[in-house]
Design a protein around this ligand. Structure first.
Ligand code: AMP
Length: 174
């Protein structure tokens, strides 16, 4: 079975979570199964093999899981983009609109060097606000974006448009 088809069968829909009207895509069954998790990381690593990428930037919190696994597979370091108040040293922050509510993301001000090329990763692209904020943080430190990767893309929410031409890759689209 193709990875995309397998992921469609593995990811679970949870209606009305965390609030009424949202169908939450639960990716935890991917993590529960060693072979599925390995296939996801191998597919992402294969997609970016040969590209000039210095580090992986993971978005809190499921982006940390996939980002760190991918970083190990690609032998790269990981940079954290976190919810406010979690990073202990000087930060840069960006506020953005979520599918449900608003939020802020932060990065350590010295986490990236100007001119380095990074891959940003999160579990899921919905409206694109989260990933767009992460892109702003990365570019604000002078780094370039080699790609923005997701396991899942909810294409009907149009998040790609918010990422304005930055190269996007997702393993499964709903
Ligand atoms: P957005 O900023 O709208 O693209 O939202 C993306 C972030 O919110 C990701 O970190 C996702 O983990 C989470 N998220 C948003 N909508 C959903 C959904 N329907 N199912 C699961 N996670 C979601």
């Amino acid at each position: 079975m193709s990875l995309e088809q397998h992921l469609k069968e593995t990811i679970l829909d949870v209606p009305d979570f965390p609030i009424a009207g949202i169908v939450f895509k639960d990716i935890t069954p991917i993590l529960h199964d060693a072979e599925t998790l390995a296939r996801v990381i191998e597919a992402l690593a294969a997609r970016y093999e040969g590209e000039r990428i210095s580090r992986i930037v993971g978005i809190e919190s499921r982006g940390f899981i996939f980002g760190t696994a991918l970083a190990l597979a690609m032998k790269k370091g990981v940079v954290l983009v976190r919810k406010p108040g979690k990073l202990p040293r000087a930060t840069r922050s960006v506020s953005y609109a979520l599918e449900y509510g608003t939020d802020t993301l932060e990065i350590h001000a010295d986490a990236l060097e100007a001119g380095e090329r990074v891959l940003i990763i999160d579990d899921l692209l919905a409206t694109g606000g989260t990933a767009a904020a992460a892109c702003e943080l990365v570019e604000g430190l002078g780094a370039e974006i080699a790609g923005v990767a997701f396991v899942v893309e909810l294409s009907f929410l149009g998040g790609r448009a918010k990422l304005e031409g930055r190269p996007i890759h997702s393993l499964v689209t709903f």
